[in-house]
Write a protein that binds this ligand. Sequence first.
Ligand code: ATP
Ligand code: MG
Length: 366
Amino acid sequence: MLENALKLLKELTSHDYKAYIVGGFVRDYLLGRDSQDIDVTTNATPKEIKEIFEDGFLPTEDYGSVIVNKYGIRFEITTFRKEFAYQDHRKPVEIEYIDDLYQDLLRRDFTINAICMDENGEVIDFLGGRDDLERKLIRTIGDAADRFQEDALRILRAIRFATVLDFQLDSTVSSAILETRHLLGELSYQRKKEELDKIFASGHAKKGIDLLLEYHLDKNLELKNLSQVENTDSLIGIWSVLNVDSIYPFSNNEKEMMENIRKVMSLNNLDPMALYEYGLYVNSVAGEMKGLDKKQITESYNALIIHSRGDLDVTSEEIMQCLNREPGEYLSDIYEDIEREVLYRRLPNQKNDLLSYIKEKFASVC
Ligand code: ATP
Ligand code: MG
């Protein structure tokens, strides 16, 4: 990945532009961690970048980052810039393209995110980012409270990087979070959720949750159930316990799944009907959130007598024949009844047993 990234830088520098890898890739490379994509900073303007990389395109809502997909890597190429007066504690009202790398680095959030690499792979570190990597410290560039006032999302980014990298917050960051946390209320739920997703899916979600609680951010983020999250193996499981589907944005599929997970969590452990109705995935997540053994859940699921209606040893034709009736709504009542009886092992899944049970219970009703 690095080699290809340096090739991309050389394409820019061969056109007499300055270009550096910056941000997450350099940080993660120095930490020996994999990266998904690569941020590049350059004095070439978006128009000039697009002349070099013809398949590059400009995402509309961004301030001039050009996305280039090359060598199977997603590059986000951003022109050196200065940002002015922030609006709603999130967006700069105005930006100015500049020619100076150092000035561009000053607008970035944390020292560990402002380390660069040039086209020869040389590390450039004007702001002490490497020291902070070594000390495992999240430190802002400039005064922490000022930087959080400008853009409150940085508060959550601080918690996210501390969580994902298992770093500590510098004491200036800690006190600035307490001072500015009320500004989180002004951010969109979408942006907050993106950061929370990364915190919860980091593999260190417990640490992230503890940090959010320590700084009382659960209040500002409206996550009133946060202290009730005991198990953190599953992202959707965590969101289910938080029960904020009506505030934070989720797809209909996710909403339905979270509702089902909560339903299963409220039932008896390993309930056969719940295993049958909601399936292995929902039951595994619900079980994990309650601290049950995953293997036991799978075993209980596999041990169910039936896994779908088709597994019943009787067909609709046979039921209708037995009751001497035409098809109708009544069939689904019968199915629900015999599914339950079979699953709770009160009725064998054998044609004769099923039919005589049906005849006895439903013939009189018909
Ligand atoms: P990752 O890509 O692993 O999530 P990243 O640090 O690369 O982490 P990006 O969101 O890709 O984060 O941003 C790239 C760089 O842009 C950051 O490293 C940082 O230098 C700068 N940056 C991003 N968001 C902000 C912000 N809200 N305030 C200041 N600088 C930012
Ligand atoms: Mg990045």
